[in-house]
Design a protein around this ligand. Structure first.
Ligand SMILES: [Mg+2]
Length: 192
């Protein structure tokens, strides 16, 4: 269970891609003479991004690997803040700090989800460091929460539910989602 005071302080959630939004697998090949890289994302995590935004939180992607698959997924989810280090160095802290400066946010107001060593500089600085079940031991040690779900299997969704519950807004945000879709379950409206 997340600490309510820490949870309420969070204004932005940063997400690593490989191993967090995906299971870390990379599908590499060629098609029509072009290099192709595909990743497998989880629909539950897409929903999590919607829920976080509905709760008034920002969402940013911070990947150490530049990939068209990441760009496509970010666009689909309406995530504007997408950091992809294409220098091969896989740096995350520096570009993330630049993003926070732009948004007028502090590291303590951020949660970050990671799985590997490249995430450690960020995880050791943010207010709420989160590791996925498949994270390496050092990343788990640095985290305030380790999800039961592995990356690419709804880990972002699991953290999102914990965060919104700790903030006391889970019910409201879920109701809003159902209402927007126009199909509120009968037991929620009190009618049959
Ligand atoms: Mg990773």
């Amino acid at each position: 269970v997340l600490d309510a005071i820490v949870a309420r302080r969070i204004r932005l959630v940063g997400l690593d891609v490989d191993g967090v939004l995906t299971d870390g697998g990379l599908y590499l090949g060629q098609a029509g003479g072009q290099r192709v890289e595909l990743k497998r994302f989880h629909s539950h995590d897409g929903m999590a991004v919607w829920l976080l935004r509905e709760a008034g939180l920002g969402v940013a992607i911070v990947s150490g690997r530049a990939s068209d698959a990441t760009t496509v997924r970010a666009r689909e989810l309406g995530i504007e803040d997408v950091i992809q280090d294409d220098t091969g160095a896989g740096r995350k802290l520096e570009p993330f700090e630049r993003l926070l400066a732009k948004r007028g946010l502090e590291l303590e107001e951020c949660a970050f989800m990671g799985d590997d060593l490249a995430d450690l500089p960020l995880l050791s600085r943010v207010g709420l460091p989160v590791a996925v079940a498949n994270a390496v031991p050092d990343v788990k040690s640095a985290a305030a929460m380790v999800t039961r779900a592995a990356g690419g299997h709804g880990a972002v969704r699991e953290f999102t539910e914990s965060l919104l519950k700790a903030r006391g807004v889970w019910e409201r945000v879920m109701e809003r989602y159902l209402k927007e879709r126009g199909d509120v379950p009968a037991e929620r409206t009190g009618s049959r």
